[in-house]
Design a binder for this molecule. Structure first.
Ligand SMILES: NC(=O)c1ccc[n+]([C@@H]2O[C@H](COP(=O)([O-])OP(=O)(O)OC[C@H]3O[C@@H](n4cnc5c(N)ncnc54)[C@H](O)[C@@H]3O)[C@@H](O)[C@H]2O)c1
Length: 278
C-alpha cells in the first residue's frame, strides 16, 4: 500500500461543507478552521445574534467566494431544502454536512441559572418536546434534504455531533456548585441526543452502497468561561482532569470530513477526555 499519501488524505481543501448551528461555540470554531484549510463553507443558523460579527471576522480573513452565511431552521423542511440549494448554487456540490445545531442546557457563567432546574419528576414536558423537535426531528429533516443532494452526486459525507450524554447519564454531582443548591442537567438534552449514535448507524448502513458515509463525533465540555466551582468538580470527575479547549475539536472534525476516514462509516468518535472510559 502506498503510505506517503496518508498526509494529503487529511486535506479538506475545496470541499463544500455545510455546518448547521454554525454561529455557536463549536460551529464557528469548526467553520473558521475549515476555511483556514481551504474548504468552502456554508455557515447556517437560526440565530441572528453574532451573524454580523462572524460575517465581518470571516470577510477579514477569507475571500467572499469561500464562505456563505445562511439562515436556517432545521425544524423546517423548506428551510433545509433552501440551504442545500444555496450550498449547491454557490459551490456546485454538498460534500460534507455537519449536523451540529442543537438546543443544549449550558452551565458556563453566561448561562448557569437559565437552565430549568425542575427535578426529573417535575420537568416540563413542553421543554422535552421542544428539544426533540430541534435535536432529533430537525436533525432528521436536515439529513433527508442533504441525502437527496448526495444521492444525485453519488457521494457525500455526514458528521453528526453527539454528546457524552448520548452515551452515558450525567453525573449530577458535576452541577452541585456547593452552595447547597443541586442543579441538574435536564432530561430533554439526554433524551434527544441519545438518538444521535443510532441515527448515525441507521444512515451509515442505509446509504453504505450509495456513496454516503455517516459518522458521529462526541465532544464533551468545551471550556467557555465556566465558574471555578464547576472546574473543580469537573477536574475530579474527568480522567484528563480538565475541560476541552475548542481547538482540540479541529483535528477530529477534519479527520472525519477528509478522505483519511474513508473506511469509516457508522462510527462514533469520542473526544471526551476519557469521560466515558470509566
Ligand atoms: N459545548 C459543549 O461542551 C458540547 C459538548 C457536547 C456536545 N455538544 C454538541 O455540540 C453541538 C454544538 O454545541 P455548542 O456548544 O456550539 O452550542 P451553541 O448553543 O453555542 O450552538 C448551537 C447553535 O445551534 C443553533 N440552533 C438552535 N436551534 C436551531 C435550529 N432550529 N436551526 C438552526 N440552528 C439552530 C443556535 O442558534 C446556536 O447558534 C450541539 O449539537 C451540542 O449538543 C456541545
Amino acid at each position: 500500500m502506498d503510505t506517503p499519501g496518508i498526509h494529503s488524505s487529511l486535506s479538506i481543501a475545496n470541499k463544500a461543507v455545510l455546518i448547521t448551528g454554525a454561529y455557536g461555540l463549536i460551529g464557528r470554531t469548526i467553520a473558521e478552521a475549515f476555511l483556514q484549510q481551504g474548504a468552502r463553507v456554508v455557515l447556517a443558523d437560526i440565530a441572528v445574534t453574532h451573524q454580523e460579527a462572524i460575517q465581518n471576522r470571516l470577510a477579514g480573513q477569507f475571500s467572499p467566494e469561500q464562505f456563505l452565511l445562511h439562515h436556517l431552521d432545521i425544524t423546517d423542511e423548506a428551510s433545509c431544502q433552501a440551504v442545500v440549494a444555496a450550498t449547491v448554487a454557490r459551490f456546485g456540490a454538498l460534500d460534507v454536512l455537519i449536523n451540529n445545531a442543537a438546543i443544549d442546557a449550558k452551565f458556563d457563567k453566561a448561562n448557569t441559572g437559565k437552565v430549568n432546574q425542575s427535578r426529573f419528576e417535575q420537568y416540563p414536558v413542553e421543554l422535552l418536546r421542544k428539544s426533540v423537535d430541534v435535536n432529533l426531528t430537525g436533525t432528521v429533516i436536515m439529513t433527508q434534504q442533504a441525502c437527496r443532494q448526495m444521492l444525485v452526486q453519488g457521494k457525500g459525507n455526514i458528521i453528526n455531533v453527539a454528546s457524552t450524554y448520548s452515551m452515558v447519564a450525567p453525573n449530577q454531582s458535576l452541577y452541585d456548585f456547593g452552595q447547597g443548591v443541586q442543579q441538574y442537567k435536564p432530561i430533554d438534552y439526554i433524551a434527544s441526543k441519545s438518538f444521535i449514535p443510532n441515527f448515525t448507524r441507521y444512515i451509515a448502513t442505509f446509504y453504505a452502497q450509495e456513496g454516503i458515509r455517516c459518522n458521529a463525533i462526541v465532544p464533551h465540555a468545551i471550556f467557555n468561561n465556566h465558574e471555578e466551582a464547576f472546574l473543580t468538580n469537573f477536574s475530579r470527575l474527568s480522567p484528563l482532569g480538565r475541560m476541552c479547549e475548542r481547538e482540540e475539536l479541529i483535528g477530529p472534525f477534519t479527520f472525519l470530513a477528509s478522505e483519511a476516514s474513508s473506511y469509516m462509516t457508522g462510527s462514533v468518535l469520542s473526544v471526551d477526555g476519557g469521560w466515558t472510559a470509566w
